[in-house]
Design a protein around this ligand. Structure first.
Ligand code: GLN
Length: 454
């Protein structure tokens, strides 16, 4: 049914870069046969899933939205893909994304943009617009995304889907094509909070192949989602982040947010305002740390080992000239912009002024979270300041594009978990997201509150 749905809608939406039809059907039939034989299967066995194209999949092409990896077929699976396969989940395909996950609109994909199923003239968010659009268009029941500065949550907000960035280290990064290693985190993209919890429990947990993987069991997110669904939030303290509202937030976004606070109050939660004064500097710190780490991570795309190789038109074929020709042809403008920015920020003489200062700001943001979580159980805000904007409208203005992540970035800098869930529609008829943030390793708290609000 999902493959039929993809055939019907994906010509317009373009959520998929690769549809894995044959293997998905084989897995589905195999699971049916095992179920018929009375085998005890995982609860998600047979439920199909779409995977963001930044996650490596053995035998299935993986491009990270870039020409530099066009035609590359990974020889191994990411840990999370191993877990998906072991559970018997058919992999429907790989979803579109901004090149190397750099963007907020999926327009920086080298393979053309994804369109928002709610309005095909609008962006589906980014960088994981493909995963969110696939789920919103009923072209996948579940998907996997990655979130370095908001790429699961902001697409969730603008497509009316649930997106979760677990605590940093909660789901293995082994087999994720790295953007910024200290910020990257994979997570679920679904239509309900409970679906996210089920997927989170499957994908999460310790992985010795990722040195930053949390060596403890996944927090009890499924139980928390079930508990929250009862609608009782008595005794739960919720903090509204003062700095994530006001100027720049669309009126309809703020109105839906206020209404949801009323709903939470009605369910017994105590709502207080909390101030996180250093969040103001989060965007600035992020756009130094992320490009710095990305410029280092992307050095491996050199035309020597895998993917695209371009030799210079004329002159000697030296390693350096092949690298230059390959990277010049293989990377898009946004990737080049960030590699240049990151290389500059890391260069001798500037390191302390830029990268060093940004790391200090990061510590201040972590302290803001620590102080806030002494007062409340979870923090809340709108996920994104606006609803989905028109395709093309921010392409010439990188700063305007970056500002869309103002509310999602603090969580990545501090490593704390974040969830976006649907929060009705704004005055323009487009979906709005409600963000819930919890302390590190307390992911279950946001599932409880999210399921109650849903
Ligand atoms: N939109 C943000 C950026 O462009 C976040 C990206 C992400 O989370 N991968 O960097």
């Amino acid at each position: 049914a999902h493959l039929d749905r993809i055939a019907a809608v994906d010509g317009d939406v373009h959520a998929y870069l690769h549809v894995n039809a044959e293997e998905a059907l084989t897995t589905a039939r195999d699971v049916d046969a095992r179920r018929a034989a009375g085998e005890d299967l995982h609860p998600l066995a047979g439920v199909p899933i779409a995977i963001k194209d930044v996650v490596v999949t053995q035998g299935i092409p993986t491009t990270a939205g870039s020409k530099i990896l066009e035609g590359w077929v990974p020889p191994y699976d990411a840990t999370l893909v191993e877990r998906v396969r072991a559970a018997g989940m058919p992999i429907l395909g790989k979803t579109n994304m901004d090149e190397f996950a750099m963007g907020s609109s999926t327009e920086h994909s080298a393979y053309g943009p994804t369109r928002n199923p709610w309005d095909l003239t609008r962006i589906p968010g980014g960088s994981g617009g493909g995963s969110a659009a696939a789920v919103a268009a009923f072209a996948a029941p579940l998907a996997v995304g990655t979130d370095t500065g908001g790429s699961i949550r902001q697409p969730g907000a603008v497509t009316g889907t649930v997106g979760v960035k677990p605590t940093y280290g909660g789901i293995s990064r082994y087999g994720l094509i790295a953007m910024a290693s200290s910020l990257d985190q994979a997570g679920p993209v679904t239509r309900t909070v409970l679906d996210s919890a089920l997927l989170h429990e499957l994908l999460g947990g310790h992985d010795p192949r990722d040195s930053t993987s949390i060596p403890e069991a996944v927090p009890p997110v499924v139980d928390a989602a079930r508990q929250g669904a009862s609608g009782d939030l008595a005794g739960v303290r919720i903090g509204v982040v003062k700095e994530l509202s006001g100027d720049g937030y669309q009126a309809g976004v703020s109105a839906r947010f206020e209404e949801s606070l009323e709903v939470l109050r009605g369910l017994g939660a105590e709502i207080v305002e909390v101030s996180c004064p250093n969040f103001e500097y989060a965007l600035g710190a992020y756009y130094l740390i992320m490009p710095a780490e990305a410029s280092s991570n992307l050095a491996k795309f050199d035309g020597m080992r895998f993917g695209l190789r371009v030799e210079p038109d004329e002159g000697p074929v030296t390693a350096e000239r092949v690298m230059s020709a390959t990277r010049g042809a293989g990377f898009g403008d946004e990737v080049k912009r960030r590699v240049i920015l990151g290389t500059y920020a890391l260069s001798a003489g500037y390191y302390d002024a830029y990268y060093g200062s940004a790391q200090k700001v990061r510590t201040l943001i972590q302290r803001d979270f620590d102080a806030a979580f002494e007062q409340v159980d979870v923090l809340v805000s709108p996920t994104a300041p606006t609803t989905a904007f028109e395709l093309g409208s921010k392409l010439d203005d990188p700063l305007a594009m970056y500002l869309n992540d103002i509310a999602t970035i603090p969580a990545n800098l501090a490593g704390v978990p974040g969830m976006s869930l649907p929060n009705g529609v704004s005055d323009d008829g487009l979906p709005v997201g409600f963000q819930i943030l919890a302390p590190a390793k307390q992911d279950h708290r946001m599932y409880r509150v999210g399921a109650a609000l849903e």
